[in-house]
Ligand binder design. Structure first.
Ligand SMILES: NC(=O)c1ccc[n+]([C@@H]2O[C@H](COP(=O)([O-])OP(=O)(O)OC[C@H]3O[C@@H](n4cnc5c(N)ncnc54)[C@H](OP(=O)(O)O)[C@@H]3O)[C@@H](O)[C@H]2O)c1
Length: 329
């Protein structure tokens, strides 16, 4: 089997289609986390230009969100569509209050879990290292808390809402790091600063996120919920990701981006694929605007991989319940 990283490099040089259009987006309501910049901003811009009725930019910094709103309105010529709502994924209380606001919406057609961080200094938020909290625990908490709204929208309007998670093929490089966490109390094992390499932390969190989304989708099949849950790897893109990392990490990222990165707009096309993807995409890994399930390494799906997936899910559910989530039990 060709290593996913080689497949990713080859894919970087292909031209991606824009699969969304006014016929798929007109009149719909979308929410995108981390939409003040990068891939989230470009996804929002596409949706507004494709005549969405309501596009909510879920951001941790309202000033930055207001600038993004003004930029989208200027480039698309559409006003009265974009809203800016506050959510900070480093704080469970903020995630909960954001989800409460979502409940009051009339409908949600697409929810994109896009916000993420690439940190290389250890810090702790809500009991776990911050990258793990933002990229995994809070991301899944938010997904679980808003899921009933998507289910309700599906039933009420006879639609198929999408929940898209923006993951990364870099996650496939993090098996060694994940194994350091052990087979039980995985999150606790991964929360040991002495054992963990911060250089690999981002990739590790994206691997844990992929396991979690696969199990989430398996637990909530489309035939029961009416909701399509998928995950997309946008490939290497020129965005602000890694801005908080040390100079050396930023220099390496800069060199790689110069050699082969997509623009943020091109990367956003992979998210649009998730937003319009049909039932076939449920629980699947998408990349390059296609289903790329064959990129999932065998070690993620064999007997041990399945055990790991279930263990991660079990521990995650306990964390989410403790964080106030009642939608999973
Ligand atoms: N760029 C790539 O090459 C690449 C490759 C694979 C996957 N991805 C994934 O794509 C997604 C988007 O990243 P990007 O490349 O567009 O990076 P980006 O430009 O850095 O955007 C990340 C977004 O996440 C937000 N965010 C970070 N921490 C947050 C928190 N605690 N609460 C709420 N929002 C938070 C950021 O807000 P602030 O602006 O306020 O910091 C920003 O809006 C991420 O999930 C990333 O892992 C990116």
């Amino acid at each position: 089997m060709t290593h996913p990283m080689l497949l990713l490099v080859a894919e970087q040089f292909t031209t991606l289609p824009i699969l969304a259009s006014p016929s798929t987006c007109t009149g719909k309501t979308y929410i995108i986390t981390g939409a003040n910049t990068g891939l989230g901003l470009e996804t929002a811009r596409h949706l507004v230009s494709f005549s969405a009725a309501r596009v909510i930019l879920a951001v941790r910094n309202l000033d930055s969100g207001a600038k993004a709103q003004a930029d989208i309105e200027k480039t698309t010529g559409r006003t009265g569509v974009v809203e800016v709502w506050k959510v900070d994924l480093a704080e469970f209380a903020s995630v909960r209050s954001f989800a409460e606001r979502v409940k009051a919406l009339e409908r949600v057609d697409g929810f994109v879990n896009n916000a993420g961080v690439f940190l290389d200094k250890w810090s702790v938020s809500e009991g776990d290292e911050t990258t793990m909290t933002v990229n995994v625990v809070s991301t899944m908490l938010l997904g679980a808390l808003v899921m009933p709204k998507l289910v309700e929208s599906a039933r009420r309007f006879g639609i198929r809402p999408r929940m898209v998670f923006v993951v990364s093929a870099l996650g496939f490089t993090a098996k060694g790091e994940l194994d350091k966490g052990g087979k039980v109390d995985v999150f606790e094992g991964l929360n040991d600063e002495k054992k963990q390499a911060m250089d690999a932390r981002y990739a590790l969190t994206k691997l844990v996120e992929m396991y979690a989304v696969r199990e989430f989708a398996a637990k909530f099949p489309v035939k029961e919920t009416g909701v399509i849950i998928n995950m997309t790897s946008p490939g290497l893109c020129t965005t602000q990701l890694g801005r908080d990392a040390r100079t050396l990490t930023r220099a390496i990222q800069g060199a790689l981006r110069t050699a082969m990165a997509r623009s943020a707009e091109e990367g956003s096309r992979t998210i649009l694929h998730g937003i319009v993807g049909d039932e076939e995409t449920h629980g699947k890994h998408l990349s390059g605007c296609e289903i790329k399930e064959h990129w999932i390494p065998k070690w993620m799906t064999d007997e041990e991989g399945q055990r790991t997936q279930k263990q991660i899910w079990k521990e995650l559910v306990a964390k989410l319940v403790q964080a106030g989530c009642t939608t999973l039990s």
